[in-house]
Design a protein around this ligand. Structure first.
Ligand SMILES: [Cu+2]
Length: 172
């Protein structure tokens, strides 16, 4: 139903757009239609449900250290247990003198990311890996959606091999 309406509005929009090339004063029609399309094309149901119910839920704080002050190549802790449908604030720190990555692509596909905050910057949308320079910190706020066991690693040359790997389990 919505799809038809969307197609219909798209057709009108295309038609109006060509008409407006000759009559620029009618630009407001395009604006109205665009707003309408945005409304119809709203966030996918899953994300909408997540944002409605969970954004008010206090986030469970977890801290993972990428490397340590002795420059050992490991995640501390290297095993995380999360529950689907809960909101988490994963604090990533890098107390070492080396650059590290938090790379967990399949995990990232199985969660809904609310935001990633680093310094005064806040990033919204899908995130797949985070790079932390020496001394850096970042906060990843998300809700796990898909249960499973996911691999975590730092892909910097030699780091995975040296044991900079981990496991993230999402349970229902
Ligand atoms: Cu590393």
């Amino acid at each position: 139903m919505c799809k038809y309406l969307y197609q219909f509005l798209k057709t009108i929009l295309a038609f109006t757009a060509s008409a407006c090339l000759q009559a620029p004063r009618h630009n407001y029609i395009i604006l109205t239609l665009l707003l309408c399309l945005n409304f119809i094309n709203a966030t996918p149901a899953a994300a909408a449900n997540v944002s409605n119910d969970l954004l008010k839920q206090p986030a469970t704080e977890i801290t993972v250290s990428l490397g340590n002050a002795a420059n050992e190549l490991k995640f501390e802790p290297n095993h995380l247990e999360l529950q689907a449908g809960k909101r988490y604030n994963l604090r990533l720190t890098n107390p070492s003198q080396l650059k590290h990555y938090f790379t967990a692509k399949d995990f990232a596909d199985g969660i809904w990311t609310q935001k990633v905050e680093a310094g005064k910057v806040e990033i919204k949308g899908a995130i797949h890996e985070i790079e932390l320079k020496p001394g850096a910190e970042a906060e990843w706020v998300f809700v796990p959606l898909k249960s499973g066991t996911y691999g975590l690693r730092c892909p910097i040359a030699g780091h995975t091999e040296a044991g900079m790997i981990g496991e993230i389990v999402i349970s229902n």
